[in-house]
Every structure is written in structure tokens, then in C-alpha cells.
Design a protein around this ligand. Structure first.
Ligand code: KG4
Ligand code: ZN
Length: 347
């Protein structure tokens, strides 16, 4: 197989990203550059991502991100074999900004265009850092997603289950908001939880009575709100310790639910008797130390390897989009100028 150089573009949520990936033959692809321009500052005062502001910021930042990615990789557009762009799922305005930008470059240069499913990007990420063989089990846990995927091949996924309401990152963010902690909520809640006692307050473990791989997190937020209001009604406010205990209890509940459902997913996966069993995680929530340790523990119980890519690849980035695009391109696929943005696009 020849050497391929792919430009990746990602703009489906609140990060504008561009990356250049190169693969020689069948070697592990090399990330020549990966630029991520966040927008947290733009959305901070709104307590969440504002789609309209996100779309405008993407449109403004994309060109610069791409120029920077090319420069850092020390390649010119003439050396790019294909442009891979996130075509969904995500916020429609952001996805459109990226798709339009990619089409513009493709039209001007004649470079092939490839639309990539954002979730496929996350699901293939382990291959950027580790030797992985199909099938492997992927737990995708982010601010917008939560699902168990069997990754059977670069373009072959089976969904074993997922959240029926909030994503875990969303639950962390709402918890932080309810307790007056800074956004993004994940790191602040994890930080508070370090000084907390997890079993001082009782949180539910939703859906554990069901045998499937589906999860639910919205009840945790409701439970937290009720506990908070109860403490405030009794004592007039929350002490530092109350807040830490609430964070620890909440985090433990999320961890227990993910752990129990990971067991179920592993049971299904192991039925196929994989030669080199592997459980991988991706998404911002995979940064959580308690959750990560528990998933490592589950992997050990099944005699499976555990792969958690570095945080820069776990969270939204364009290297994973370039990689998913590279696989599609190697499979002989590409998209035309009529490619549309798909805000909803299940794997
Ligand atoms: O993957 P990501 O960067 O963006 C998408 O949602 O696509 O994930 C961001 C989410 C946020 O909800 C954030 O609160 C959560 O990941 N997160 C964490 C931690 N770090 C980030 N959640 C729990 N513990 C953490 N340490
Ligand atoms: Zn994502």
C-alpha cells in the first residue's frame, strides 16, 4: 500500500480542529499535526454550548486551524491525498461550517472529499496509539454521547446499548452547575470528590435491574438536586464537605452504572471469543480517574487489555477524523460535492 497523507477537519461541537495524518503502507498512522481551537471562553457565561455562537466561531476559525495544521505538519495542500471532514452527527451549524470548508478546498484543488461519522472517529481512535485487532469493545463516554460499540472493522460497528437520556459528561456538567462549580463540570466534580465520602448520601443506580447494555443518568441529577435542597433546607447552605460528599456520591453512582453495564457488554463481546480481547474508551469522561480505574478493573476480570488513548485524542480532535477518513479512502470510498451534513447520523 502506498503512503497516504490525509487532512482531517472537525467542527461538530464546540471545538474547531484540523489535523494532518500520514500512513506509510500498513504502519500505524502518524499524526503530523493536530490543532484544536476550543470555544469554552465564548460559551462560559451561558453555562453551555450556544449553537449559533459555535457555528460562527467555527466559520471564523476553520481556515486558520487548517493553515496551522498544514504548516505544523510541514506539508502543502498539493501533498494531501484526501480531505476527511466530520459530516455528522453534531450541531448542524458547526457540521455545515466544516463540510462547506472542506468542499471549498476540494472544489478548488480537486482533492478527493470524504465525509466521516464523528462517532466512527472516536471508535477508531485506539488504533492511533496502540496495536488493536478487530473486534474490540469500545465505550464512548463524552458530553454528548454514551454508547457501547463492538468495533468489528473500520466501517463495521454494532451498537450494544447506550444512554436513554443524558450522557455522563452532561450529568457531570449539570451536577457542577447545581453545586456552583465551574464548567466543564467533569474535572471540577472529580476534584471536589477527592475530599468526599461517597456513601454519605444515597444515589440511585438506574437500569441495573435490566439485563441490557442501556444506561440512564438523568435520575442522578434529580437525586442530586433533591439532596442539595434538603441540605439547604436543614442547614441554610452547603458546607465545603457537603459539596465534596455530594460530588463523591454522584461520581461513584456514575462509575457503578458504567461498571455494571461494561460487564454486560464484555459478556456479549467475549462470546465471540476474540483472540486478543480488548476494551477501549474514548470521550472526555474517560479522563476521570475513578471511572478509568474501574474500567481497567473490569478488563482485568475478563483477562482483556484496556486501552485509553491520551486525553488529547479522547476528546474531540481532527486526527481521529483523518484516521476514519483514511480507512474509508483505503477502502476505495469518497464523497461527491452533493455530500450533505447529517446532524443525526447513527453509526
Ligand atoms: O469528548 P468531549 O471533550 O466532548 C464531547 O462531548 O464531544 O467530552 C466533554 C465532556 C464534558 O461533559 C466534561 O465535563 C467531561 O467530558 N469530562 C469529564 C472529565 N473531564 C471531562 N467528566 C468526568 N471526569 C472528568 N475528569
Ligand atoms: Zn466527540
Amino acid at each position: 500500500a502506498q503512503t497516504l497523507t490525509i487532512l482531517g477537519i472537525e467542527s461538530s461541537c464546540d471545538d474547531t480542529a484540523a489535523a494532518v495524518l500520514r500512513q506509510s503502507g500498513t504502519n500505524r498512522p502518524e499524526i503530523l499535526s493536530s490543532i484544536v481551537a476550543g470555544q469554552a471562553d465564548l460559551h462560559a457565561s451561558f453555562g453551555g454550548v450556544v449553537p449559533e455562537i459555535a457555528a460562527r466561531a467555527h466559520a471564523e476559525k476553520l481556515d486558520l486551524c487548517i493553515a496551522e495544521a498544514l504548516e505544523k505538519a510541514n506539508v502543502t495542500l498539493s501533498e494531501i491525498d484526501a480531505i476527511a471532514v466530520t459530516a455528522g452527527p453534531g450541531l448542524i451549524g458547526g457540521v455545515l461550517s466544516g463540510v462547506m470548508c472542506a468542499k471549498g478546498i476540494a472544489a478548488a484543488t480537486g482533492i478527493p472529499l470524504i465525509g466521516v461519522n464523528h462517532l466512527a472517529g472516536h471508535a477508531l481512535t485506539p488504533g492511533l496509539t496502540d496495536e488493536v485487532a478487530f473486534p474490540y469493545l469500545m465505550l464512548l463516554v463524552s458530553g454528548g454521547h454514551c454508547q457501547f460499540l463492538l468495533v468489528n472493522g473500520a466501517e463495521d460497528f454494532s451498537r450494544l446499548g447506550g444512554t436513554i437520556d443524558d450522557a455522563p459528561g452532561e450529568a457531570f456538567d449539570k451536577t457542577a452547575r447545581l453545586l456552583g462549580l465551574p464548567q466543564p463540570g467533569g474535572p471540577s466534580v472529580e476534584n471536589e470528590a477527592r475530599n468526599g465520602v461517597a456513601d454519605r448520601y444515597t444515589f440511585p443506580r438506574p437500569l441495573l435491574d435490566r439485563a441490557d447494555c442501556n444506561l440512564s443518568f438523568s435520575g442522578l441529577k434529580t437525586a442530586l438536586m433533591r439532596l442539595r435542597d434538603q441540605i439547604v433546607a436543614e442547614k441554610g447552605g452547603l458546607t465545603r464537605q457537603d459539596r465534596a460528599d455530594l460530588c463523591a456520591g454522584f461520581q461513584q453512582a456514575v462509575t457503578d452504572v458504567l461498571s455494571a453495564k461494561s460487564h454486560r457488554a464484555m459478556n456479549i463481546y467475549m462470546e465471540s471469543a476474540p483472540a486478543d480481547p480488548l476494551i477501549a474508551v474514548a470521550g472526555g469522561v474517560a479522563a476521570n480517574g475513578t471511572i478509568r480505574a474501574e474500567l481497567e478493573h473490569v478488563a482485568r476480570e475478563f483477562g482483556a487489555r484496556f486501552v485509553a488513548p491520551p486525553l488529547s485524542l479522547c476528546t474531540d480532535n481532527a486526527a481521529m477524523i483523518a484516521y476514519a477518513g483514511l480507512e474509508r479512502f483505503r477502502a476505495g470510498k469518497q464523497d461527491g460535492m452533493d455530500m450533505s451534513a447529517r446532524p443525526r447520523w447513527p453509526l
